[in-house]
Design a protein. Structure first.
Lengths: 250, 333, 295
């Protein structure tokens, strides 16, 4: 089976800083993957390179058999790359329903989804994620957890093949996390969506039931293994147990 | 089917307002000029709202499109008046020229300035307006700083009586028609994909891109539409009505500010907002001119500050929230 | 012949450019710290010009005395408008602050118009002149130039040597970070706005040396537009960039005027203005961070 996403030696620099350092990886359709790394390890940059916010200086990105290395972000989304943000970024003044409709309207490949059809898709998706009672509220007025759900719904309305989730569970109550993980897994399996979930700490990936984890350290990939093996990997142990994360001073 | 028609209900209050203004102007002696001014404010507010209100980008040089639209009408009349039998066509050609010229300028400005955001965009657009005006004056294009005075040619085409009728009546009626067109285009945008795309990019441009929205395309669409509409308004309201133009008057930044005040006062991004804003602004300006001549700006300045600080949603923005869940909801967007 | 004329005009341009630079530092400081573009910038320059005029004609005081007076008036206005208006707008969309600062400018212009009138005024402060080979410079202009440099230096010292100055720089770098580290961001905003307006009003004093009869309530508009070009030359958010941007702008304005005047089919004054806005657009297009990245 051909991989859904393939990165080859991707490097992204900001001035002298190498944010992503020759990263190669493959993700298969329907996989459930955790990208793990402390703050500043290059995770968000890697996401931004995958969905086109930044272009890499070196390397190639192939999605679904197509080279997308230099493709504009708005052209990547319809190919099937959905994304949620660490701090949710709803279109605040619009309603939940309208937010989700935007995903259906512009994020699908045919590009011919009209307004009415998009609103129907939005209604179905809203039901799916259980936001019915909030659907006519302004998205900016939702609670943080509801905003996250709404972002997931907005991404799902794009009918993605790959869903990039940036710290989807951060700040959530443990009970909500369990529910959310179960829910995402269920949908991902049904619709054969590969989910790449970015987390700061490896234990979150374990909780998130990732099948495989990719560990980033200072922009480079240091481990790429099934979750269980990765947990026993000495490098991982060193990063996560050897040195406690440094506090950020002034 | 009926629900499809119901989507256009919000046009009813807008068009009703225009009709009432027209009827008052026609039937109450001495009111035509005031009504014409109000409709002019409605029309430029309607046009500017399509860009400022829907995209959230602040074009501080917006008056440039009004200026160049006026040139479109002036050039048509002052160059074509000798062609016999052109008659009314010269006005149509002037209108088309106004649309094409303001549209072309908006493409050029958009290509440069729409890459910028926030304050940088605002400053760049001020630069375009001033730069354009000084280019016309400095390189003595189209008569340079002396402008174009084409009342003679205008009278030559139509004769004194018709020319005067066109300037005093038809020019204003054309403005009303453009205002109607502006409201219709705004609602079409709101109901269609364009409206969703503009809403998304206004709220969060980067998120919109990641959602598959070609933000550049939609910004340019809104910019060109808004610029051509206002160019057309000015071609009638300034060109056809006054039959002369001077660059320092038609590129005066205070018209941009008037446009901004109207849109903001009424409620940016709403359909009824520019109309409400234009009526409130136009009437209070008119009234202040009568009771306190010369003091208008002194009184307006603090009012603007109060609106910006305490009332950023505008009249219709507040109204929209109030009528949510009532019968009126269908009519006010 | 043209060479001498050009050299003379460039010298004049450099002198004027220094004052232009100083007159833009306040704009850049306010944008750099608060993210607010002061569209009413020129009106504050006008206040400085009238302060000078009134002190000179009514009380017979020299413009040198007007400098501290203008600074105090400017800072007072700055604090006043910060706490009444700007404080509510720092997190609002640009539109709000653009319109509010425009309205503040209009308020000042109209107030002056009603108290003093709209005719053009001026004063004559004769402190001699020096003749160079290429041009003649009134001493008053040289004082203005030296004054600009001194004020720029004082600002530099304040930024680098004082606690408050350091805090302002920290806020310019990173608002949130500075807040976390115990900087009272709101006070820094107020102080920066007051100093920015103070500098701008003071620059109005210096500019009067270049406009013998150009003092009028609406004189500021042209300076607002020039200040935008200068600020963008220097990177918009950098007060020192603005100072050097002013020097460059003064040279360009005077140099190209001489050249445009050679072409009979052009109107040189308008062409220099056109050129300055062309430069503005090119810089915004190619390098919006400014040509000079002076910190």
């Amino acid at each position: 089976m051909a991989p859904l996403l393939r990165l080859e030696n991707v490097t992204k620099r900001f001035g002298g800083l190498v944010a992503v350092d020759r990263v190669s990886l493959e993700i298969d359709p329907g996989e459930f993957i955790g990208i793990v790394g402390p703050n500043g390890s290059g995770k968000t940059t890697l996401f931004n390179v995958i969905n086109g916010v930044y272009f890499p200086e070196e390397g190639t990105i192939v999605f679904d058999g197509r080279d997308i290395t230099r493709l504009q972000p708005y052209k990547r989304a319809p190919l099937g790359i959905g994304r949620t943000f660490q701090i949710p970024r709803p279109f605040a003044s619009a309603t939940v329903r309208e937010n989700i409709a935007v995903g259906a309207m512009f994020g699908t490949l045919s590009g011919r989804v009209g307004v009415d059809e998009s609103l129907e898709i939005a209604d179905q998706t809203i039901e799916r994620v259980g936001l019915q009672e909030h659907k006519d509220k302004a998205a900016g007025s939702l609670t943080p957890v509801e905003k996250k759900l709404m972002e997931i719904a907005r991404a799902l309305a794009m009918k993605p093949k790959l869903l990039l989730m940036d710290e989807a569970m951060a700040g959530m109550h443990p009970n909500d996390i369990d529910q959310m993980v179960a829910f995402i897994k269920e949908i991902a399996q049904e619709e054969k969506i590969a989910v790449v979930s970015m987390v700061e700490h490896i234990m979150r990936a374990v909780v998130g039931m990732a099948e495989r984890v990719i560990v980033l350290h200072q922009g480079a990939k240091i481990v790429d293994a099934p979750t269980k093996e990765a947990l026993e990997n000495p490098k991982v142990v060193e990063i996560y147990l050897g040195h406690p994360p440094e506090g950020q001073g002034c | 089917m009926s629900s499809k028609i119901a989507r256009y209900y919000p046009l009813i209050p807008v068009y009703a307002a225009y009709l009432i203004l027209f009827l008052i102007g026609r039937n109450v002696t001495g009111m035509w000029q005031l009504m014409a001014m109000l409709v002019f404010y409605c029309a430029i507010g309607q046009a500017f709202n399509i860009f400022l209100g829907m995209t959230g980008y602040v074009d501080f040089g917006y008056v440039a499109f009004m200026g160049i639209g006026t040139y479109g009408m002036a050039l048509s009349i002052s160059h074509l008046y000798q062609i016999e039998g052109l008659g009314m066509w010269v006005i149509l050609i002037g209108a088309v020229l106004a649309i094409l010229m303001s549209g072309a300028l908006s493409v050029a400005v958009g290509a440069v300035a729409l890459r910028l955001r926030g304050a940088y965009f605002a400053i760049a657009t001020i630069g375009v307006n001033e730069g354009f005006r000084f280019l016309i004056e400095g390189a003595k294009i189209w008569g340079g700083s002396e402008g174009i005075i084409f009342s003679g040619q205008f009278t030559h085409i139509f004769g004194r009586k018709t020319a005067s009728l066109i300037s005093t009546t038809w020019a204003d009626i054309f403005v009303i028609l453009v205002a109607c067109l502006g409201a219709f285009v705004t609602l079409r945008f709101m109901l269609g994909k364009i409206g969703y795309a503009l809403m998304a990019l206004r709220e969060d441009e980067d998120a919109a891109k990641v959602m598959g929205i070609n933000v550049t395309k939609y910004k340019i669409i809104a910019f060109i539409t808004s610029a051509s509409l206002v160019g057309l308004v000015a071609a009638f309201a300034w060109g056809l009505k006054l039959t002369y133009l001077f660059p320092d008057e038609i590129f005066d930044i205070s018209y941009t500010v008037e446009c901004i005040i109207i849109v903001l006062l009424g409620g940016a991004g709403t359909l009824l907002g520019p109309v409400a804003g234009a009526l409130i602004y136009g009437l209070s300006k008119y009234w202040l001119t009568i009771i306190l001549p010369g003091f208008q700006l002194l009184i307006f300045a603090p009012i603007i500050i109060v609106i910006v600080v305490a009332f950023p949603e505008g009249v219709v923005g507040v109204l929209k929230r109030r009528v949510r869940g009532t019968v009126l909801e269908k009519f006010i967007v | 012949m043209i060479g001498i004329q050009l050299a003379g005009n460039l010298t004049q341009g450099l002198i004027l450019g220094g004052v232009y630079g100083m007159a833009t530092m306040g704009l850049s400081l306010i944008f750099g710290v608060l993210g607010v573009v002061n569209v009413g910038h020129g009106a504050f320059i006008m206040i400085g010009a009238f302060t000078t005029l009134l002190l000179f004609t009514q009380l017979g005081l020299s413009p040198i005395i007007a400098i501290p007076v203008a600074l105090v008036i400017g800072m007072a206005l700055g604090f006043f408008f910060y706490y009444t208006v700007i404080i509510r707008l720092t997190e609002a969309p640009e539109l709000a602050s653009l319109l509010a600062t425009f309205a503040i400018g209009t308020l000042l212009e109209e107030s002056v118009k009603f108290t003093i009138g709209t005719e053009f005024r001026g004063y004559n402060w004769d402190v001699g002149k020096i003749s160079l080979h290429i041009t003649t410079l009134p001493m008053s202009k040289i004082y203005a130039f030296v004054g600009s440099i001194l004020i720029a230096l004082l600002l530099y010292l304040w930024f680098s040597k004082t606690r408050a100055g350091t805090a302002v720089r920290a806020v310019m770098q990173d608002r949130k970070g500075a807040g976390v580290c115990g900087v009272n961001v709101n006070w820094i905003y107020a102080l920066s706005f007051a100093i920015g307006i103070g500098l701008t009003v003071t620059s109005g004093v210096l500019l009067t040396m270049f406009i013998p009869v150009g003092i009028n309530p609406y004189m500021g508009g042209a300076y607002t537009l020039k200040a935008f070009v200068i600020a963008v030359l220097g990177g918009l958010a950098s007060p020192y960039g603005a100072f050097f941007g002013g020097l460059i702008f003064g040279l360009i304005e005077n140099g190209t005027y001489t050249l445009f005047a050679l072409v009979p089919s052009l109107e040189p004054f308008a062409m220099t203005r056109f050129l300055s806005f062309l430069i503005l657009l090119l810089i915004l297009l190619i390098k919006p961070t400014g040509l000079l990245r002076a910190k």
